[in-house]
Design a protein around this ligand. Structure first.
Ligand code: FE2
Length: 545
């Protein structure tokens, strides 16, 4: 059974291929098109078919279009209602709906030879739910989905048994935790449905002194759902223009929103646990990218295990829809093998790109060369293996630095052209993680939780310690990540530190690099000291050997 999954409607267009229940390939269209999150959601261009990602998925699976058994589209227009009936102000929503209704024809046009009749609509939140519970390690899972919006709702809570979903609760629009967070993101001067994680980072600088006001508008209900009444943000803090500095009021507003989001999430998971008595919870939807909230759910919620799929946002619904359709057809689905489901390049392809760019390169023991450069306080662009599915760089397309120098946070934010209040994260050897970090789960391979940095380590790795003493950790297991583990070991041998700084390999407003050409462009235009690409290294000419 060969199922192509497609997310194309709100943001983060993406495609995924599931063959006989196993995820073979998955990627966001932005990695090909170089437009971050796809088109901006403006009238007449809010939707985007992931044409290049779809074609690449089929090519990777060695499939002709005629061999695809089903295309799973992560939105079911039959469940949608006109925006005004949903209580949303969205004058262009009917165009989006028309586009979704015609999706089979659009997809067949993009993939000549495809029979439009094989396109199947999957309810948006069912696709999210499957993207987590069916991709998680084997077994039965409770599932909680929270995002901005789907067809007519913003939430789904349920339970998976043997690959079948039983839905237990859902919250109809206009109530939406995701849209609420997006509203606040815009009010705080950031880009909505893109920069929500900046609000989470800003929250660490504030006190939740508006929490009581927010609680009146935003709270859980007794039936597993919640209410998000309109919030007068301006009454709490003045709207910030994107070019203005943020004030303490802005940070306090972010902190208050973050706290109230966490409180509602805790109520929702307690309700779900009360219905199922389950021990394992899978999370998906854009809200599940909030790693601060995820950590509180694990620490204070009733579940022993909380699992978050790395492409928890809408991109992940491409994989979820394909897994869902496979399971519906009686195929036993398999857990996702890791986040590295995107494009990869052979050494021959990499070497060809290096020759075309006419940069001096050498074949090297990459782990050792990188460890030495980092120990000498160089900044490294690390391009290895298949690209990550989802927004986090997890050691495939990463920018690395020494964590022992506080100024490296500023240095990396300068390389990337980012705001200075944003933290960078540590990548740590699994065996040493518990010694350095506490509170969050270990292992934590996908950077979707925050951890406390143990007090005795805060001065040793200051670049990765956020203002509140936390860090968003990625643990590296030598059994699944031998190259990364070797690099970390080499760095530890030289410095005594088991962690390095890891941030995504991109510059401001750009998607993470995907191809050798992308990373060579970045290397050519930023103060990166060493590029480690496949079996090769490229050094700045002045960098010591
Ligand atoms: Fe969604």
């Amino acid at each position: 059974m060969r199922v192509l999954g497609v997310n194309a409607l709100f943001h983060d267009p993406a495609a995924a291929l599931v063959v006989n229940g196993a995820v073979v390939a998955a990627a966001e269209e932005e990695r090909f098109s170089r437009r971050k999150h796809g088109h901006r959601p403006v009238p007449f261009a809010a939707w985007e078919l992931p044409v290049e990602a779809m074609r690449w998925c089929l090519e990777t699976g060695g499939l002709d279009v005629s061999e695809v058994d089903a295309v799973a589209y992560s939105f079911d227009p039959g469940l949608a209602r006109p925006a005004d009936q949903l209580g949303l102000h969205d004058p262009w929503d009917h165009l989006r709906l028309t586009y979704a209704q015609r999706a089979p024809e659009f997809i067949a046009t993009a993939l000549p030879g495809l029979d439009p009749a094989v396109v199947r609509f999957v309810p948006h939140h069912v696709a999210h739910a499957a993207s987590s519970a069916l991709a998680a390690p084997a077994g039965d899972w409770d599932v909680l989905v929270l995002d901005g919006r789907g067809e007519a709702s913003s939430h789904l809570a349920g339970h998976y048994t043997d690959g079948r979903l039983e839905a237990l609760a859902g919250q109809r629009l206009p109530h939406s935790l995701g849209l609420l967070y997006e509203d606040a993101t815009e009010h705080l001067g950031f880009l909505r449905s893109s920069d929500e994680f900046k609000v989470m980072a800003l929250a660490s600088y504030g006190e939740p002194r508006f929490a009581e006001e927010l609680r009146r508008s935003v709270h859980a209900t007794e039936d597993g759902g919640f209410r998000t009444h309109r919030v007068d943000w301006s009454a709490l803090a003045k709207a910030r223009r994107p070019d203005e500095p943020w004030t303490q009021d802005h940070a306090d507003l972010a902190a208050s929103l973050q706290l109230q989001l966490e409180e509602v999430l805790l109520d929702l998971v307690r309700w779900l646990h009360g219905r199922t008595g389950g021990t394992r919870l899978a999370l998906a939807g854009g809200v599940a990218l909030n790693c601060v909230a995820n950590t509180r759910l694990l620490a204070e919620g009733p579940y022993d295990d909380v699992w978050v799929q790395p492409a928890a946002g809408d991109a992940g619904t491409a994989m979820g829809a394909a897994l869902h359709v496979s399971a519906l057809e009686g195929v036993r689905t398999r857990p996702m093998p890791g986040a590295d489901l995107g494009r990869g390049w052979t050494d021959e392809e990499v070497e060809r790109a290096l020759q075309v760019a006419r940069v001096p390169y050498e074949r090297a023991d990459v782990a050792d060369a990188v460890a030495q450069c980092l120990a000498d306080d160089g900044v490294v662009a690390w391009f290895q293996g298949r690209a990550e599915y989802g927004p986090r760089a997890l050691g495939r397309r990463s920018l690395l630095a020494h964590p022992g120098h506080q100024r490296n946070l500023e240095r990396l934010n300068d390389v990337k052209g980012r705001e200075q209040f944003r933290p960078v994260a540590p990548m740590v050897r699994l065996e040493r993680a518990a010694e350095v970090f506490s509170r969050g789960p270990i292992p934590s391979p996908y950077m979707l939780f925050v951890h406390d940095v143990q007090p005795e380590w805060r001065d040793r790795i200051p670049a990765v310690v956020h203002v509140d003493g936390t860090a968003r950790v990625q643990t590296v297991d030598v059994r699944t990540e031998p190259l990364l583990a070797a690099m970390l070991q080499g760095f530890e041998d030289r410095t005594g530190l088991p962690a390095v700084v890891n941030t995504s390999l991109n510059t401001a407003g750009q998607p993470i690099v995907d191809s050798p050409r992308d990373v060579l462009e970045l290397f050519g235009s930023t103060p990166v000291d060493l590029l480690a690409i496949g079996s090769f290294v490229v050094r700045r000419s002045w960098w010591r050997r």
